[in-house]
Design a protein around this ligand. Structure first.
Ligand code: ADP
Ligand code: GN1
Ligand code: MG
Length: 369
């Protein structure tokens, strides 16, 4: 997919009820899905910043339902933080800026949906985990986020991407892409395909347990990669969970699993030197500690016991999605080079191997916790 370009983001920013003059709007962040811009505002009482986003409608087919979810989630989280007397509630959750006519999102002449958030200052979303302290903070923040939404009123949220973490459906889609091999790429990814096919037996474990009721459905984030929580630049504390597009019914294990994928390896998601890719047990220990700190009050014994397996399954699932996108010709994730999705696949699968080798140690750690 193309990078954040080709839009008059300054003109779009002016559609929102920002007090001051829009000075600039430049591409921002390292997300793989939406087009994100940092907006600078000048005003008599000083400058301020905002985040403007175009929703990727190739990925999110029902953007109005998505925005209705986001509106509910932001409003509920903010109201609960205020009720609890949280002193910096303004910084602890995303808040939408309305459009000038008072809507929660803007539709441009081409049917693109745009939204604008307050900028969370003094905090950063990290692509690579730098310390166990960061892993702890991220996991604690995502657990707190689940807790905050545990009493969301108004009924079930829309499923913004149906079967988003339905690993068996992801596997079936991979098999279809492989059978079709529409871009003739299967021959260049034989080892990765074999790796995926060898793990077919395990893909149903979480969805089967959700179906038979032995794991509960919750409101979950579903995209808990490390850079989707902003950590305070000074204290390293988790400040604000962002990227709310996939907040919907799910399993707590999806959220913990993606934390393992993105916060235990010292290497980037697309690291090509695979010798650098590994699951580090001290990081996993910090994740478990942080997550249980905020979530142990509501997690069931089975959820707790499945935390290590979730790390393996979700890392495998995302690897499978990168491999599928590679086989299908890079239609989903933004890429920066021709083999980017294949490189990402290799990194995820290397991490899966590392997790597999350490599963007994991870399980022992969780059972002790
Ligand atoms: P994507 O779905 O493409 O990943 P995100 O919502 O995660 O989009 O936003 C992309 C990046 O923009 C984030 O990784 C983060 O660095 C930055 N960002 C998003 N929202 C805010 C915000 N309210 N304040 C500060 N930075 C933000
Ligand atoms: C995407 O939006 P972003 O970049 O935070 C993707 C996730 C993947 C992730 C892999 C809606 O997340 O599911 O795990 O890339 N989001 C969507 O980095 O598909
Ligand atoms: Mg993101």
């Amino acid at each position: 997919m193309t990078a954040a370009a080709g839009y008059d983001a300054v003109a779009i920013a002016r559609e929102f009820a920002l007090s001051g003059e829009v000075a600039s709007a430049v591409p921002y962040g390292s997300g793989h899905i939406n087009d994100t811009f940092k907006v600078e505002i000048t005003a008599d009482n000083g400058p301020s910043r905002f985040v403007l986003q175009r929703i990727n409608q190739n990925v999110f087919r029902r953007p109005d339902e998505l925005m209705a979810n986001v509106e509910r989630v932001c409003a509920h989280a903010y109201a609960r933080l205020k009720r609890a007397g949280t002193p910096d509630a303004e910084r602890r959750t995303l808040r939408l800026i309305p459009t000038r006519p008072g809507r929660a999102w803007h539709v441009d002449a081409n049917g693109n949906r745009w939204r604008c958030y307050h900028f969370i200052e003094g905090a950063t979303g990290h692509d690579i985990v730098l310390s166990a302290e960061q892993a702890y903070a991220a996991a604690k923040a995502f657990g707190a986020f689940q807790s905050l939404l545990s009493d969301l009123p108004g009924g079930r949220l829309h499923e913004t991407i149906p079967d988003f973490h339905h690993t068996p459906s992801r596997f079936a889609r991979f098999q279809q892409a492989l059978a079709k091999d529409s871009h003739g790429r299967a021959a260049s990814s034989v080892a990765e395909i074999a790796f995926a096919l060898a793990r077919a037996q395990e893909v149903g474990v979480i969805v089967d347990a959700l179906r038979d009721g032995s794991l509960p459905e919750r409101v979950t984030h579903n995209d808990t990669k490390l850079n989707n929580v902003l950590l305070d630049d000074v204290t390293q504390e988790g400040v604000c969970v962002i990227d709310l597009d996939t907040v919907m019914p799910g399993s707590a294990l999806y959220d913990f699993g993606d934390l393992v994928r993105t916060s235990t390896s010292p290497a980037a998601e697309d690291e090509t030197d695979l010798s650098k890719v590994r699951m580090q047990l001290p990081m996993f220990e910090a994740l478990v500690r942080g997550y249980l700190e905020s979530a142990s009050g509501f997690l069931t014994p089975k959820e707790k016991s499945f935390l290590p397996f979730a790390g393996k399954l979700i890392t495998f699932e995302i690897g499978l999605r990168f491999l599928t996108d590679w086989l299908e010709g890079d239609t989903y994730f933004k890429i920066k080079r021709p083999t980017h999705n294949l490189e990402r696949t290799r990194t995820q699968f290397k991490l899966v191997e590392s997790i597999e080798a350490q599963l007994p140690a991870m399980q022992a750690l969780v059972d002790r916790a």
